[in-house]
Design a protein around this ligand. Structure first.
Ligand code: IMP
Length: 190
């Protein structure tokens, strides 16, 4: 019988309730901003939420339901090259399904850490000439930033240097299904 993965967590940083409250606030802010000048699409199409797979899937699903107005979705996936051999090198694994020229794009990410991933995505999508691009990240590891990318919407800034899992975020592809965000016990880190 499989064990309960919640027992592998040493410390909960953000409970499901805290996350729910904050996601609601961020969703409302996004709705307000796009109704008040953030939307630049001359054709006035709904904002396009671009979910960065796989980490942002859970956040995206909840956030979209907290934006009580028209939005569309698309999905993109990237991965980092190597482990420290070429820091900041990112490659596209799955592209968007549709063109974004003229659209209002909101990139939805789980964590901005050094910022290389989101910088790569922002530049790549900006080259397709959307009307606007904004970035929303559930977690912003502020002290770890190595790029000057601007994050427009942040769920929770994280000052401490912790590796976190849950609510979409993984360690070796596990723990994405935890409903809260926490730190793994050391014995579960290989
Ligand atoms: P960056 O390119 O250094 O900003 O890294 C961003 C990506 O690294 C995120 O999208 C996550 O997939 C991953 N990442 C960074 N920190 C953590 C963490 O604490 N837990 C899980 N994934 C993380």
């Amino acid at each position: 019988m499989a064990d309960n993965i919640a027992e592998r967590i040493s410390r909960i940083l953000f409970s499901a309730e805290q996350i729910g409250t904050r996601v609601h606030e961020v969703g409302e802010q996004i709705r307000f901003d796009y109704a008040n000048g953030a939307a630049k699409d001359p054709k006035r199409r709904p904002p396009l939420l671009v979910c960065v797979l796989h980490g942002a899937l859970v956040f995206m699903a909840d956030l979209a339901r907290e934006i009580p107005t028209e939005v569309e979705y698309d999905f993109i996936s990237v991965s980092s090259y190597g482990n420290g051999t070429s820091p900041g090198a990112v490659r596209l694994v799955k592209d968007l399904d549709r063109p974004i020229e003229g659209r209002d794009v909101l990139i939805v990410e789980d964590i901005v850490d050094t910022g290389y991933t989101i910088d790569y995505l922002r530049r790549g999508l900006a080259a397709r000439r959307p009307a606007s691009i904004r970035i929303c990240s559930l977690i912003d590891k502020v002290p770890r930033r190595e790029t000057d990318v601007q994050v427009d919407y942040v769920g929770f800034p994280l000052e401490e240097n912790a590796f976190i899992v849950g609510y979409g975020m993984d360690y070796q592809e596990l723990y994405r299904n935890l409903p809260f965000i926490g730190v793994l016990k050391p014995e579960y880190i290989k």
